[in-house]
Design a binder for this molecule. Structure first.
Ligand SMILES: NC(=O)c1ccc[n+]([C@@H]2O[C@H](COP(=O)([O-])OP(=O)(O)OC[C@H]3O[C@@H](n4cnc5c(N)ncnc54)[C@H](OP(=O)(O)O)[C@@H]3O)[C@@H](O)[C@H]2O)c1
Length: 322
C-alpha cells in the first residue's frame, strides 16, 4: 500500500531493473514517470505511466524528470561486462560516478521524499566467504579488478549518507549481486555473463566458447526478486543502512552453462578460455539481514529465472538457430 497514489520516478526505466520496477510500481497503484535513453525503450503502456526520453546527464532534463516526484529510484547507468571493463577500466568508473553523484545530490535539491540507490557488492573486500554488510567499508575491495569501482561505490554510498544527513530526503541503499533477467543488455560487446551465454547458445555456437575458467562463483539473482527487495527496502528501511539483496545459493559459471544448454536442449562441446577477460573468482553476498529486517528472500530459482530470461530473449530479440 505504501506506493499507492505516490508519484514515483524510475530513472533508467527502460533497463533491466527499470522495466521490472515500472511494472511492479504500476501494479501497486503508483503514478510512474519512467525515463528512457538511446537503445532500449519502456515497453509497457498504462494510464498511470508517463515516459520521458532524456539524457539524465543534461541538468535541465534531469530537473524536469525529478519535478513533483515523491520517490526516485536511480536505475540509470551505462553497465558493462568483463570485455569492456578490461579494455577501458577508468571509463566505467567515470560514467558510474558522474551520473550517480549528480542524481543522488539532485534528489535532495529537488526535495524528493525518498531516493533509492542501487549500490554494489563490488564494495566488498576478499574475505573468502559470503560478505555481510558491515564489511562494506573494511580493507580494500578486490585488487586490482574491483579496487576502482569498489572505492567509487563506497564514495557514492557516503554521498547518500551525507545527503541524508544534510537534507530531508531519506535514502535507501541496496547491494545486489549478479542479477539478470528480461530487458538486459544483450550486446555481446557490453553485456554481462548471462546475456552473453544466452546469445551464444541461441546462435548455436559450437564449440561453445566460455570466457574464463568457468570456476567463478556468484549469487545469481533474478531481477524481479531484486526489485521486490528494492521496493520493500525503500518503504521500510530508508535509513541509509545498506542491505544485500542477493540469492542465498551460489553457482559457478560452469553450472550456469550447463543449465542454459539444458534449457535450450543443446548438445555442444564446451571450451573454457582462461586467457579471455573474466572478473573476480568469488563474489557471494550473505542475504541474512534482508530476511531479518525486510522479510525478503529470493524466490526464483536459477533454472526458472534463466527459463524466463531465455523465453523473453527468444520472443523479443533472437530465436534459437539450431
Ligand atoms: N548490472 C550491474 O552489474 C549493476 C551492479 C550494481 C549496481 N547497478 C546499478 O543498477 C542500476 C540499474 O542498472 P541495470 O542493470 O538495470 O542497467 P541497464 O539494464 O543497462 O539499464 C540502465 C538504463 O539506463 C539508461 N541510461 C544510461 N545512461 C543514461 C543517461 N545518461 N541518461 C538516461 N538514461 C541512461 C540506459 O539506456 P540505454 O537503454 O539507452 O542503454 C538503460 O536503459 C544502475 O543504477 C546501476 O548502476 C548495476
Amino acid at each position: 500500500m505504501f506506493y499507492r497514489g505516490k508519484n514515483v520516478l524510475v530513472a533508467g526505466g527502460a533497463g533491466l531493473v527499470g522495466q521490472s520496477l515500472v511494472r511492479k510500481l504500476l501494479e501497486q497503484g503508483a503514478f510512474v514517470r519512467a525515463t528512457q535513453y538511446t537503445t532500449r525503450k519502456v515497453l509497457l503502456q498504462h494510464a498511470n505511466l508517463e515516459v520521458m526520453s532524456c539524457d539524465l546527464m543534461d541538468e535541465n532534463k534531469a530537473r524536469a524528470a525529478f519535478a513533483d516526484m515523491d520517490i526516485v529510484f536511480l536505475a540509470a547507468a551505462r553497465v558493462r561486462g568483463a570485455k569492456e571493463i578490461q579494455a577501458n577500466p577508468a571509463s566505467l568508473i567515470l560514467d558510474y560516478l558522474y551520473i550517480h553523484s549528480k542524481l543522488i545530490v539532485l534528489a535532495a535539491e529537488m526535495k524528493v521524499d525518498r531516493c533509492s540507490f542501487i549500490s554494489s557488492c563490488y564494495i566488498y573486500p576478499d574475505t573468502g566467504k559470503p560478505n555481510v554488510e558491515s564489511e562494506g567499508f573494511q580493507g580494500d575491495p578486490w585488487i586490482p579488478t574491483n579496487y576502482g569501482i569498489g572505492w567509487t561505490t563506497r564514495y557514492l554510498e557516503t554521498l547518500c549518507r551525507y545527503s541524508h544527513m544534510t537534507s530531508k530526503t531519506r535514502y535507501a541503499i541496496v547491494r545486489p549481486n549478479a542479477y539478470y533477467g528480461p530487458h538486459d543488455n544483450f550486446n555481446l560487446d557490453q553485456c554481462h555473463v548471462i546475456p552473453a551465454l544466452i546469445v551464444k547458445a541461441t546462435q548455436g555456437m559450437n564449440p561453445f566458447e566460455v570466457w574464463g575458467d568457468g570456476k567463478q562463483i556468484r549469487s545469481f539473482t533474478y531481477v524481479d526478486d531484486l526489485v521486490d527487495g528494492l521496493m520493500i527496502n525503500l518503504d521500510t528501511n530508508a535509513t541509509c543502512s545498506p542491505v544485500n539483496i542477493s540469492a542465498k545459493e551460489a553457482y559457478t559459471i560452469k553450472d550456469l552453462v550447463s543449465v542454459i544448454l539444458d534449457i535450450l536442449h543443446l548438445d555442444v562441446s564446451v571450451t573454457y578460455d582462461p586467457e579471455k577477460p573474466a572478473t573476480i573468482p568469488y563474489r557471494v553476498s550473505d542475504p541474512a539481514k534482508a530476511k531479518e529486517l525486510l522479510g525478503w528472500e529470493a524466490r526464483v530459482s536459477l533454472r526458472d529465472g534463466l527459463m524466463r530470461t531465455i523465453d523473453w530473449y527468444q520472443k523479443h530479440i533472437g530465436r534459437c538457430q539450431t
